[in-house]
Design a protein around this ligand. Structure first.
Ligand SMILES: CC(C)(COP(=O)(O)OP(=O)(O)OC[C@H]1O[C@@H](n2cnc3c(N)ncnc32)[C@H](O)[C@@H]1OP(=O)(O)O)[C@@H](O)C(=O)NCCC(=O)NCCSC(=O)CCCC(=O)O
Ligand SMILES: Cc1cc2nc3c(=O)[nH]c(=O)nc-3n(C[C@H](O)[C@H](O)[C@H](O)COP(=O)(O)OP(=O)(O)OC[C@H]3O[C@@H](n4cnc5c(N)ncnc54)[C@H](O)[C@@H]3O)c2cc1C
Length: 673
């Protein structure tokens, strides 16, 4: 039998090998849990190995040393080479394989086809008629054309109903006239709109006979297919550098009375007839499908970003020695400090939890997508509520986890050699894009308030909110039942979410009864409402984690996941415990129990810490981090990495003669006077 941790190699830093030898589970079998099948986990490694054999696909130098222009060019160069090898490397119909290939070869900073795959193709798949698919989708899939999703404007992103771009139907010519009437109506932010794409699905307010029908999707050709020059009546460009994600050309677009054929409106579910008759879709929000597509997949991308940062931080913490626990013994690995464990391990548990919650969400999404094809829309509201809450909670907690990972690496965490700051910058975009987090929490709150109302009216609610009408214990049974049971924890989470949902509901009702208009009352309750949404979502995440552990068959994997789940439940409960203390559901004694279980959990996780992150099987090529190197040889490589700095090309920089020398000379002259 070989080593359980599959990352062990000769020549690795002994401190990291020591960690890996302690593993109680097979890291590749754990990868099968993370990536949802053994086959998917195998394929990731096969793809990585194949990529490593193609020299042109390697980074020309560490990405932090490239300028923005070089980053854009480098990503495009790799896309070109990848296209030649694509069919040998991956199954192009498998989104997970494509995602992995992108992460290994190009990384998270973006590429000219980022939005093409993430939104342009999905929106055509969901909203184009068969005829339109023939015209654009198949060409897009073959990459004959490159597209994006242009919805957000300079003045409006969250409130879609106030988009200023208009698509006015002209019955005489059977065309739509697309227009950006003001500066604020310019499309602003769409990924790859600036320089890479030649087509876009543009979301504009549909006007027929002066009547406003709200946001609809239109196919617009932006650039000549051969020269790539913008077509007449179109102004398009890059919006400039961002916090991170700078290999992507997020762009602006101004349309000046641009005429497009009637048949360029995406009409699978909604129609405008030649004579201007409007035929409604089966569900008013069907055209929002591309956003729901991304939101449904965000749990997994966030889990990936979080796991990447933790892989870097935990590996580094196992070779970084500083200070003593026992003064008579050598300096310890910083991973021995309880504070370091407390800083990192709960986030490892979250990364796993997000991945498991993500798998359930994608399953529901696939079902709804299939239903929608046949006009069935019943589950759309559930999916919208679930994905709205998850995208908000998961992006926010990921942000916290990545920042803790950075701080846990001390000074070197602040260097781009750790690469954590880039991962952070890319990940936190998710708090904003696909619906600003507060806005999306309030969307979920609408759904929760409806459910609460139904319960108050004596109706039984089911599914994701079923717990609202389930019996509740006045006091939590944590520490009060003989057997160790997650059920008592989950029931406590249920209680907390239920109480907060009804608290927000009662507050809202009271204001409404006092005569306040609904929108004002809603605004005055909105902090309470977002709290309710967060607690509901965190309950779902904990439940999804428990469901997965329950389903695992392999004993050692189950045991290792069980340890993580135990940590998760205790840590998360402490984080939200004030809600349960408020109404006496938990008492001080139980809080002590939860805290001591948490500390016990940290000790239990400790020997497997490196293996838990290794199980994500993130190669050095995709991590792009000196601190996170698989072999643990950080210090000599930090020194090598710094040699890339262009400041080191000469011993004396021109600024010395220009500014520093005169400054020092004049200071010396003055001191002689
Ligand atoms: C906030 C909302 C959802 C509000 O929708 P609205 O139509 O303006 O408001 P309303 O008429 O009051 O409707 C609310 C009602 O519509 C329902 N609803 C909303 N969306 C959906 C859905 N997808 N499925 C099913 N139902 C949906 C809501 O549940 C509400 O229902 P209710 O009235 O409570 O029964 C919308 O404006 C919105 O989605 N805003 C966020 C904009 C956004 O996400 N933009 C993303 C741009 S693309 C991007 O960022 C790409 C980045 C990707 C990358 O770089 O990787
Ligand atoms: C990296 C990145 C990539 C992007 N890619 C694309 C893309 O490809 N295509 C595209 O079309 N767009 C894209 N966007 C735009 C993005 O979708 C929007 O920025 C996002 O939806 C937020 O909208 P906003 O900018 O209007 O924020 P605002 O709504 O102006 O938010 C500002 C503040 O107002 C608050 N607020 C707004 N409305 C409400 C409300 N009703 N209740 C309570 N609070 C509220 C928010 O919570 C926030 O605190 C991208 C953005 C980023 C950062």
């Amino acid at each position: 039998m070989g080593n359980l941790n599959k990352e062990i190699r000769d020549g690795d830093h002994p401190d990291i090998t020591e960690e890996r030898l302690k593993s109680t589970f097979d890291t590749h079998k754990m990868a099968a849990q993370i990536y949802n099948s053994q086959r998917a986990a195998d394929r990731r490694n096969e793809i990585t190995s194949a990529v490593l054999k193609i020299p042109e696909l390697q980074d020309i130098k560490p990405l932090p040393f490239l300028s923005r222009e070089e980053k854009v060019e480098e990503a495009a160069r790799k896309i070109g080479i990848l296209s030649e090898h694509l069919y040998d490397l991956v199954n192009v119909n498998d989104g997970a394989e494509l995602y992995h290939l992108n992460n290994v070869v190009i990384g998270g900073e973006g590429n000219p086809l980022a939005l093409h795959g993430v939104m342009f193709i999905p929106v055509l798949q969901a909203q184009a008629t068969d005829e339109q698919k023939k015209k654009w989708l198949y060409r897009a899939m073959k990459r004959e054309i490159i597209g994006t999703y242009a919805q957000t404007e300079m003045g409006h992103g969250s409130n879609l109903r106030k988009l200023e771009t208009t698509a006015t139907y002209d019955k005489a010519t059977e065309e739509f006239v697309l227009n950006s009437p003001t500066t604020t109506s310019m499309k602003w932010w769409p990924g790859n709109l600036g320089k890479s794409t030649n087509y876009a699905v543009v979301v504009a307010t549909l006007i027929i006979n002066e009547k406003d029908y709200g946001p609809h999707s239109f196919m617009v050709q932006l650039r000549d297919e051969n020269t790539h020059k913008p077509l007449p009546n179109i102004e398009v460009g890059d919006i400039g550098p961002k916090m991170a994600y700078n290999a992507t050309d997020n762009g602006f677009l101004k349309l000046n009375h641009l005429r497009i054929p009637r048949t360029n409106m995406l009409m699978k579910h909604v129609k405008v007839e030649k004579d201007g008759t409007y035929i409604k879709p089966p569900h008013a929000k069907m055209s929002y499908s591309a956003m729901v597509h991304v939101r449904a997949h965000m749990n997994n991308t966030m889990a990936y970003f979080l796991a990447s940062s933790l892989t870097i931080a935990v590996r580094y913490s196992s070779i970084r020695r500083q200070g003593h626990i026992n003064p008579k013994e050598p300096e310890v690995k910083v991973l021995e400090y309880q504070t370091q464990q407390h800083r990192l391990f709960p986030h490892i548990a979250r990364a796993y939890a997000f991945s498991f919650a993500g798998a359930e969400t994608v399953r529901l999404y696939e079902k709804v997508k299939k239903d929608m094809e046949s006009g069935e829309t019943e589950l759309m509201a559930d999916l919208h509520a679930l994905t709205s809450g998850l995208k908000s909670v998961v992006t926010y907690l990921t942000m916290q986890g990545i920042e803790q990972a950075r701080q846990s690496c001390g000074g070197h965490g602040y260097s781009m050699a750790s690469y954590i700051s880039e991962i952070y910058g890319i990940a936190i975009g998710g708090c904003t894009y696909e619906g600003e987090n507060m806005v999306m929490l309030l969307q979920l709150a609408r759904y929760l308030m409806k459910a609460a109302k139904a319960v108050k009216e004596g109706k039984k609610v089911e599914g994701l909110v079923g717990y609202l009408s389930a019996p509740d214990n006045r006091h939590s049974l944590i520490d009060r039942t003989p057997e160790k049971s997650y059920d008592t924890y989950l029931k406590t989470f249920e209680h907390i979410a239920r109480q907060q949902i009804f608290r927000a509901f009662d507050k809202l009702e009271k204001m409404l009864t006092s005569g306040l208009p609904h929108s004002e009352a809603w605004n005055k309750c909105s902090v309470e409402l977002t709290r309710a949404s967060r607690l509901h979502t965190r309950l779902f995440i904990a439940q999804a984690f428990a469901r997965r552990v329950h389903d695992v068959v392999d004993f050692h994997i189950k045991e290792a996941l069980d340890d993580l789940l135990h940590l998760h439940l205790n840590y998360e409960l402490l984080d939200v415990a004030s809600y349960a203390l408020e109404d006496g559901h938990l008492c001080g004694e139980q809080m002590n129990f939860i805290r001591s279980e948490l500390y016990r959990s940290l000790g239990k996780i400790r020997p497997n810490a490196v293996s838990y992150v290794d199980a994500w099987e993130l190669s050095d090529m995709e991590l792009r981090s000196v601190l996170g190197r698989r072999d643990g040889h950080v210090y000599e490589n930090l020194y090598k990495w710094a040699q890339n700095s262009s400041l080191n090309r000469t011993d004396v920089l021109p600024v010395f003669e220009k500014y520093l020398k005169p400054l020092m000379m004049s200071a010396r002259k003055n001191s002689k006077l």
